[in-house]
Ligand binder design. Structure first.
Ligand SMILES: [Fe+2]
Length: 298
C-alpha cells in the first residue's frame, strides 16, 4: 500500500468505510475470495445504512448468531437451518444445478442425509420398524429422451409418523426406512418403506424463534428424500412431497416446487402391489426421475 492509500485508510468514516473495507479484503486475497467476500461485506454495510441499523439491533443479531453456533454439533446443524429459512440454500442449489427442461428438479440435501446407507435389493422392505403407515414406492430413472438409465444408485430417507428421521433416534442403532438401491436394467426401482410425515424444525431453537418472530410456523411438509447417482449424469438430490399436506405452501425451509409434489395413493387393508396382503391400510407412490447428462448445466 502506498503512503497516500495508507493515509486514506486512516479516515474510516461513515461514507468511506465501504470502500476501505473492500480495499482491505481485496489487497492480498485471491481473486475469487476477494469477489466472494467484498460483495457480502459491501451489501452488509449498505444494508446497515439503508435500514439505519441501531446498536441494539446489531447486538440482537450477534446474539442470535451466537445461539445458532451453540446449537451446532455433529447431530444438529443450525447454520444450515438458518440458510434454509432465509432461502439461501434453495437459491444456491438452484443456480448450481441448472439443467435442461424436462429434467427432475433439484433441492437441498437437508440435515439428515447419511453417507453410504445399507444396500438393499429392489422390492425389499426397508422400514425396519419405523413408525408409520406402510408405503410401496416405485418408479423409473430415465434420460431426457426417455431411455432407461440402468444401474443408477438411489438413496432414500423419509421422516416417520413422529416427524423423526432415524438419525436423532437415540435408542435404535439400525437405520430405519433409510437405504440404498441399484436401479434395475429397465431403469425401474421399487421398495417398501413408510409414508413420509411432516416434521418441525427443532423447537425452542434459534431457527424456531426466528420463524416465530416472522409470524411463521416451523413445519416442513411431508416428503421423502432421494439422492440418485449414475455414471455420465449429474447427481440428483431432491424431495418428493405429498400433495395432501397443508404445509406445502408455507414450508419452513422454502424448498417446495410443483413438479416434486406427488399423489401418494391410500388403500384399505388388502392386496398390495408386491403381491403381499397388508393387514393395515397402506399407500403407494409412483414417481419417475429424469437425470441431466453430466456437465449439462445451463
Ligand atoms: Fe427432510
Amino acid at each position: 500500500m502506498d503512503q497516500c492509500a495508507a493515509i486514506e485508510c486512516l479516515d474510516v468514516v461513515e461514507f468511506t468505510v465501504i470502500d476501505i473495507v473492500n480495499q482491505r479484503i481485496s489487497a492480498k486475497a485471491s481473486e475469487r475470495l476477494a469477489e466472494v467476500m467484498t460483495s457480502p461485506a459491501c451489501n452488509l454495510l449498505n444494508f446497515a445504512r439503508e435500514v439505519k441499523l441501531t446498536k441494539s439491533e446489531v447486538t440482537c443479531g450477534i446474539q442470535s448468531l451466537k445461539q445458532v453456533g451453540w446449537r451446532c454439533d455433529d447431530r444438529c446443524q443450525e447454520f444450515i437451518l438458518r440458510s434454509d429459512i432465509l432461502g439461501l440454500s434453495t437459491l444456491v442449489t438452484a443456480q448450481n444445478t441448472r439443467k435442461p427442461d424436462g429434467c427432475s428438479e433439484s433441492t437441498v440435501l437437508g440435515l439428515f442425509h447419511v453417507e453410504s446407507p445399507a444396500l438393499y435389493a429392489l422390492g425389499d422392505d426397508i422400514a425396519n420398524g419405523a413408525l408409520a403407515e406402510p408405503c410401496h414406492i416405485s418408479g423409473a430413472v430415465r434420460r431426457l429422451d426417455g431411455e432407461p438409465i440402468s444401474g443408477a444408485r438411489i438413496d432414500v430417507w423419509p421422516a416417520d409418523e413422529e416427524g423423526l428421521y432415524d438419525v436423532p433416534h437415540d435408542s435404535k442403532s439400525d437405520a430405519l426406512a433409510r437405504a440404498t438401491f441399484i436401479a434395475g436394467p429397465n431403469e425401474d426401482y421399487c421398495f417398501r418403506s413408510i409414508v413420509a410425515s411432516p416434521y418441525s424444525i427443532p423447537h425452542q431453537g434459534p431457527g424456531d424463534r426466528l420463524l416465530g418472530a416472522f409470524g411463521r410456523h416451523s413445519w416442513r411438509p411431508a416428503h421423502i428424500h432421494f439422492l440418485i447417482e449414475a455414471v455420465g449424469y449429474e447427481p440428483l438430490i431432491t424431495h418428493v412431497f405429498r400433495d395432501d399436506d397443508s404445509y406445502l405452501p408455507s414450508d419452513a425451509a422454502s424448498v417446495v416446487c410443483r413438479p416434486l409434489i406427488a399423489n401418494w395413493v391410500r388403500y384399505p387393508a388388502g392386496p398390495t402391489p408386491d403381491g403381499s396382503v397388508s393387514a393395515t391400510s397402506f399407500c403407494t407412490l409412483n414417481f419417475d426421475f429424469v437425470l441431466a447428462p453430466a456437465a449439462a448445466q445451463v
